[in-house]
Design a protein around this ligand. Sequence first.
Ligand SMILES: [Zn+2]
Length: 262
Amino acid sequence: MKYIDKQQEPQSFLTWKGRNNADLRSRNTQNLSSEAKRLWKKLNGTPEKEAIKISLLKEQGYICCYCQKRIANDDSSQIEHLKSRENYPINTLDYDNFLATCDGGQIDNTNRDKSSSPSFPEYCGKNKGSNELNITPLQVNCDSYFQYQLDFVINPTATTISISPIGNDAANVLSILNLNIDKLKANRYQALLTLILKNPLDADLEPNYANLKSKTELEAELNSLFDQTSQTFRRHNNNNNFLPYCQISYQAIKELISVIYP
Ligand SMILES: [Zn+2]
């Protein structure tokens, strides 16, 4: 999990809320829920909602707030309510409660061959639904609770497991977001290969290990990408985005270097 440093909400959204008398805190509890639903529906399809999404994508360097998959301003991303609309209608229009999540497998499931394959498991915001996370990407130290293993599984760290109740919280986060399904493990593997191979990876081809970068090349590249302060990959120089799966890649690659470059 990667910390997200929330910025100011778009001015156009603030103006929209003023224009629509959308201060949910002023509503009485009886009609709060229906008002929150009505206003959220009203926001749909507006330029203001588009501005929110773009702002969130920029905050996150165009990766999913949970799985770190690449997302864009299209169907590959959705506005996620960290505190669910169902349980916290009062936070429905709070920018600080918004994150950008991936489609959670929805596109894959829509396109799958319905006659032969079972449906794929859902993940991230799609799987979370109205569940609550006790560790969130808005906590500065959120990544310290998780470790990224060479088999591309994410687990709570040993220290985290030993401390109650945070150990259970971390395990619950992984379960609620379904972050250890085969699909996401495969994506992390691909992200790692993309870093260590000289040629960009074609998903349909077997990786050619003759194209492995030399240890010197790889270490130089990692050093240029790694941000010592945040312990993650820095924003990519060319497009100002974070690398997909940036945390898993870095932590796995440190171990991998010691294995493949004796
Ligand atoms: Zn995701």
